[in-house]
Design a protein around this ligand. Structure first.
Ligand code: LLP
Length: 415
């Protein structure tokens, strides 16, 4: 059974009524299920067994409590900034299970990551490799490196989240990679440990992953023939999730077993960097209907959560299911669920068949990934609170922001 379910017509998360949570903690509000996060993580870790390491992509949801749940399970982490590294460490994560991706790592970032002893730098350009060599040299260290290659594979996902095509800014062109490995091998403060690639997010078929893996393995074998034997193979993010009924997503077990079958007897450890598929289904975004507004051809439900809280619908035209927190059985109407922001892009869903009244709370489902982390203070709105639910226990993972919090870093002119 999903951790979200109706009991006496009220949507529950684990044993807690979302209606009570909305009343007690206010809206807009993010709620996450600890159980769902743990189950999703185990889905990866248990199928991988001792063949590899799950490095949760922190960007999907970097709340300390969420990271702490994963750190307690022994997860690794994929980070893209020093902010994410410090969050992982503060949440109890182990530095030697951290891999560091990102195209713009600067000398200070590299230095800090070397200081704490991360597992691997996923290097995305020759220029970065050389800076890393210099920084590691100044610390009298050798930096463990994996080259992120760009395999030029179409992930067939939204263009904004497709990353493995030749024209994308990510990674090193696979045709150039061999040369870069040889340079890395010669640099005194670099230790070559792996290869890495990430072709995009919300990928719903296995073919693009497998195409990329084939190309990666050809490279791995060529390098081995030339005396560069890699310790690990990092194939990037996880599989897509089912946002709507018509979405078909591959089974996780098929994904992992097909990868392992392709790797075969090669000695490399496997690293996966799933984000969305660990946390998306664990979370919902609760928002209250402030007003119902009927125009000649539209029914608007104006809610108190907007694109500043959950930008996926506006930015990627993403569809996420919207459920009533209290099921009503009157006449249903097709509603546009829109927020308070002064932009027409400010919607959470269009054309949703629901029975609504003013004051009702609705839940935007599957909001645990790329929800709160992409939120902002646009229109000077306080960012939402975040709760982690564990059975009937509520943990305030982040309190609601106040106007004072928002202004704390700013000053007016002295004269
Ligand atoms: N590793 C790297 C290097 C990545 O860039 C990403 C995601 C991941 C792992 C995790 O991929 P996942 O398992 O979550 O598919 N904001 C967008 C998604 C951006 C994904 C960026 N990279 C959205 O809301 O759909």
């Amino acid at each position: 059974m999903s951790v979200f379910h109706y009991q006496n017509n009220i949507l529950h998360i684990e044993s807690m009524s979302t209606r009570v949570l909305a009343l007690d903690y206010g809206t807009p509000l993010y709620v996450y299920s600890r159980q769902a996060i743990e189950q999703a993580w185990h889905g990866y870790a248990d199928t991988l067994g001792d063949r590899g390491l799950v490095c949760y992509a922190v960007k999907a949801n970097s709340n300390l409590a969420v990271l702490n749940i994963l750190a307690r399970l022994g997860s690794g982490f994929d980070i893209v900034s020093i902010g994410e590294l410090e969050r992982v460490l503060a949440a109890g994560g182990q530095a030697d299970r951290v891999v560091f991706s990102g195209v713009a790592k600067q000398a200070d970032d590299l230095k800090r990551a070397l200081q704490v002893g991360i597992r691997c730098f996923n290097v995305e350009s020759l220029a970065e490799l050389r800076v890393l060599n210099t920084v590691a040299g100044s610390m009298d260290l050798q930096a463990p490196v994996s080259i992120r290659v760009n395999p030029d594979v179409d992930a067939k996902t939204h263009p904004y989240i497709s990353t493995g095509l030749k024209h994308n800014k990510f990674g090193i062109d696979i045709t150039e990679a061999e040369k870069v490995y040889h340079e890395a091998d010669r640099l005194p403060h670099i230790r070559v440990v792996g290869v890495d690639c990430h072709i995009g997010s919300q990928i719903t078929t296995l073919e693009p992953f497998m195409d990329a893996l084939d190309r990666l393995l050809q490279l791995v074998d060529r390098l081995a023939d030339q005396g560069i034997v890699l310790e690990h193979l990092d194939v990037g993010g996880g599989i897509g999730v089912q946002y709507q009924e018509s979405d078909t997503v591959p089974a996780l077990s098929d994904y992992v077993s097909q990868i392992l079958a392709k790797i075969g007897k090669r000695p490399q450890q496997l690293i996966l960097e799933p984000g969305r598929s660990i946390v998306a289904k664990a979370g919902a975004f609760l928002t209250k209907v402030v007003y119902l507004k009927e125009t000649a051809d539209h029914h608007f439900a104006i809610v108190d959560g907007g694109m500043n809280d959950l930008i996926r619908p506006a930015l990627y035209q993403a569809w996420q299911e919207i459920k009533p927190v209290k099921q009503r059985f009157g006449e249903s109407v097709r509603w546009d669920i829109v927020g308070p922001i002064c932009e027409t892009a400010d919607f959470l869903g269009h054309d949703r068949l629901l029975t609504l009244q003013q004051g009702d709370v609705v839940a935007v489902m599957d909001s645990g990934a790329y929800g709160f982390v992409m939120s902002s203070n646009y229109n000077a709105r306080n960012r939402a609170a975040e709760l982690v639910i564990d059975g009937d226990q509520v943990h305030v993972a982040r309190r609601r922001e106040t106007i004072k919090d928002q202004m704390a870093l700013e000053t007016i002119l002295k004269s």
